[in-house]
Design a protein around this ligand. Sequence first.
Ligand SMILES: Cc1cc2nc3c(=O)[nH]c(=O)nc-3n(C[C@H](O)[C@H](O)[C@H](O)COP(=O)(O)OP(=O)(O)OC[C@H]3O[C@@H](n4cnc5c(N)ncnc54)[C@H](O)[C@@H]3O)c2cc1C
Length: 533
Amino acid sequence: MSSFKVTIAGSGLTGLTLALLLAKRGVEVLLLDEKSEIGKGSKAICFSRRTLEIFDKLGVVKPVFGQGVQWNKGRIFFRNQEIHSFDLLPDKYAKYPAFVNISQYEVEKILVAAVQQEKLIDMRWQHRIKSLETSIEGNTIQIITPEGEQALTSDFLIACDGSKSTIRRLMNLEMTGSRSEEKFLIIDFRMEADFPSERWFWFAPPHNEQETILLHKQPNNIWRLDVKLGKEVPETIVNDHDFVIKKIKQVVRDKPVSIDWVSLYRFSNKMLENFVHGSVVFAGDAAHVFSPFGARGANSGMHDADNLAWKLAEIVNNKATAKLLQTYNHERLGACKQNITCTINSTQFISPPTVKAISVRDSILLQAVGDVVAKKQINCGRLSVPNAYSSYSHSEEGEWNSIETSPGRCIKDCLMYDGYLIEKLNSEFTLLINSDNHSANIDTDFAANNIHILAITNDGSPALIDLYELTPDAAYLITPDQYILGRWKNFTPDLAISLKEIYLSGSLTDMISHTPSEQDLIDNEVAILLAEE
Ligand SMILES: Cc1cc2nc3c(=O)[nH]c(=O)nc-3n(C[C@H](O)[C@H](O)[C@H](O)COP(=O)(O)OP(=O)(O)OC[C@H]3O[C@@H](n4cnc5c(N)ncnc54)[C@H](O)[C@@H]3O)c2cc1C
């Protein structure tokens, strides 16, 4: 029987990203998928800055970025009036924009091409996992292939096998959460139009006040229309060409169009209670599913992969014990709960559950035209941003102004004198310090502890010194997946070295919980308002 250290089930975006990240760290991977080729269909189109930053690490960002449509602006309409617009502020110091739109199929194609170049990844199509015996020591996996059944063993099995995960079923694990009653028609259509590449969202459009509509541009003159049709529509509606064309025309009027792909969805917001089960780890849709209004599904799956890959590599290379996986479990469960809360709140605002809730929602929308508070309450999807994790209670010292660079946050990219911060962070732990605090002793101490040093000069990278409040004695410890683990105003080397050790040991006892943002609190308040009978 063949033996592997890491087997990934599923070559969707999560599995492909994880395989590439592991291979970059020198880990051999077996990547299995039951399909015979990349799946077509209308799925993800919005890819976030953080995802582009991960693609940058993998060397695949150019084709994604090159083909994708960049956008920052969103406009929101209620009945026949524009009530709000927002700008996901192009961050002048970041290398990548807030989002690019490109079809999931195209991104998977780019990732598969990269996987095929990687000697450490053994990718096998038409390999369906059929059964599994698992224990803390490892897994015996039975696979159906065109040549017949095969068995193999693997120290770790990473379940990236999607929302209907076979591995979840084989392990008798169930996701909990809710599924919307409402059905949404997703239409990808071709149209040559000079509409701007903005996200347009209509609540109660004049032709049918029960609907909501989302229109968004993709590359090559393809547009995505997402229409809430209600609970009663039959599944066969997708084959009703005239109906689909009518839906498109209600939005784009007399422009010539042709249909590329149509599907009907009911969206779920569900998650597993734990992502780590002995030597089996769940990631992406196999671990959680979200309604797509915040573009959090695929993006968060790839963020799971980024969190998991370096930890798995440390374990496989005997530099950490499997307990380190508990940090993955803790952090990505926390991220998932934030995503679920966000998407449930969005779903509730888009599809209020009762007549009374509809009238509460509509009064917020009516008020929003001239009212800043009401504008903040509009929720047609809070778009994916890197989730904030809880931090160690002793991982911050001193007075800081910005919460954006506090422990538990993903680093904020910043232009430096010779490139961007995301390019300078090593694939290991990094100590970010002011060059005034840099000495030969620090170099020696940190080299011995495998911590890379990034020393910043005041005059060379003033924007970064400013953003990170990097005063002469200050320092940050950054994880290999580019999250801030600690920051100190009066830094001494032992602080960073011991924090790294605690983190690698997987001891989570002194974690503190995530503080909700101001927007989270507003959304939760509105959700309660909508749910009140
Ligand atoms: C209409 C729509 C719009 C969306 N828009 C967005 C968006 O804009 N942004 C965003 O971030 N997300 C979006 N999503 C969500 C996104 O599509 C999913 O979150 C994403 O596909 C999850 O990727 P994954 O790799 O985890 O799972 P999947 O893509 O489902 O991949 C799972 C893989 O596992 C394989 N597999 C399954 N069972 C087995 C088995 N037994 N053995 C071997 N292989 C197996 C499957 O063949 C498949 O290739 C959208 C979803 C929908 C439906």
